[in-house]
Design a protein around this ligand. Structure first.
Ligand code: ZN
Length: 78
């Protein structure tokens, strides 16, 4: 008798709907995300999953907020 692979079955069921974004990836893409956001572009479509990560991760959200403040201050200066 073969045991069904639960993890595999679950993965098939849930599926990779959106790429899972971790803190490292979030950090790597945050500059680009904030620039798109401030440019009025659809940052959520450009970098799928990052918005969801920010919503669920206070540390990255804080990083995002301070980056927004920094970049918008820079844009005002130039
Ligand atoms: Zn994070």
């Amino acid at each position: 008798m073969e045991q069904p692979d639960i993890a595999q079955a679950l993965e098939r069921l849930v599926g990779p709907v959106e790429p899972e974004v971790g803190c490292d990836e979030c950090f790597a893409e945050l500059d680009r995300y904030v620039e798109l956001e401030l440019a009025g572009a659809d940052a959520n479509a450009a970098i799928p999953g990052l918005r969801a990560h920010l919503d669920g991760c206070p540390a990255c959200r804080e990083e995002h907020d301070s980056l927004v403040a920094l970049v918008s201050a820079e844009q005002r200066r130039s």
